[in-house]
Write a protein that binds this ligand. Structure first.
Ligand SMILES: Cc1cc2nc3c(=O)[nH]c(=O)nc-3n(C[C@H](O)[C@H](O)[C@H](O)COP(=O)(O)O)c2cc1C
Length: 207
């Protein structure tokens, strides 16, 4: 089993998403053999798309100049990492009710026609990464983002990532969301964190 781990917190120490992802991978070792490829877009963010990037992307492969190929090099590497993996773990902090800009830059590099999705002649879209599983580990400073709670409509993180992964063909997705990591009481913070660890150790038995 080949796992791709994508970190996207800009925090290096005391990052909850990094800690929970480390914890999950440790737990998983007790149940499965796996190889791991890590991609840290929090610390090493890919470039935002540019005019040149878009032109290169929309030029067919056989017509691309060497310069265009060079512009797409990192994007190609990132997509190869995804296609070569069976399972993907995304560690995603909530920033301003959505994902980090670094994760968005990564997404803008990997969502490419002909590589991760395609359109048929009727304009219907098809994701090309089917058959893979994803686990998304999120952390939020505040609480009350769950179904029916006061901040539910502010959660543009889970819905967005679910839609995006579906779009590129990944439909088997588990979310483990940890709340109250900055604004709750110490007790609430710790109990939410421990609850996520429990969920992750159960998931490790079957993932
Ligand atoms: C730039 C920034 C924006 C944030 N925006 C939100 C937010 O909109 N809602 C929220 O609940 N927490 C927010 N937080 C808190 C983080 O979600 C929280 O610290 C989380 O633990 C970050 O993940 P990490 O610990 O892996 O870095 C924000 C933190 C930062 C640094």
């Amino acid at each position: 089993m080949k796992i791709l781990r994508i970190d996207s917190s800009v925090r290096i120490q005391n990052s909850k998403t990094r800690m929970l992802t480390d914890y999950f991978l440790e737990q998983l070792k007790n149940h499965k053999k796996y190889s791991l490829k890590s991609r840290d877009v929090g610390i090493h963010p890919p470039n935002f798309p540019t005019d040149e990037f878009i032109k290169a992307n929309y030029t067919s492969e056989k017509n691309r100049t060497q310069e265009m190929k060079n512009i797409l090099t990192l994007s190609d590497i990132l997509i190869d990492e995804l296609t070569n993996s069976d399972k993907i773990i995304i560690a995603s902090p909530m920033y301003n009710f959505s994902i980090s800009a670094t994760l968005k830059a990564y997404i803008d590099n990997i969502v490419r026609v002909g590589r991760t999705f395609e359109l048929d002649e009727n304009g219907a879209m098809k994701g090309l990464l089917s058959g893979k599983k994803a686990l998304v580990i999120t952390s939020r400073g505040a609480m009350s983002y769950k179904n029916g709670e006061i901040l539910e409509s502010f959660d543009f993180q889970e819905n967005y990532l679910r839609a995006l992964l579906n779009f590129i063909g990944i439909t088997n997705i588990t979310f483990v969301n940890t709340e109250a990591q900055d604004f709750g009481t110490e007790d609430l913070k710790n109990s939410n964190f421990e609850q996520s660890k429990k969920q992750l150790s159960e998931l490790a038995k079957i993932w």
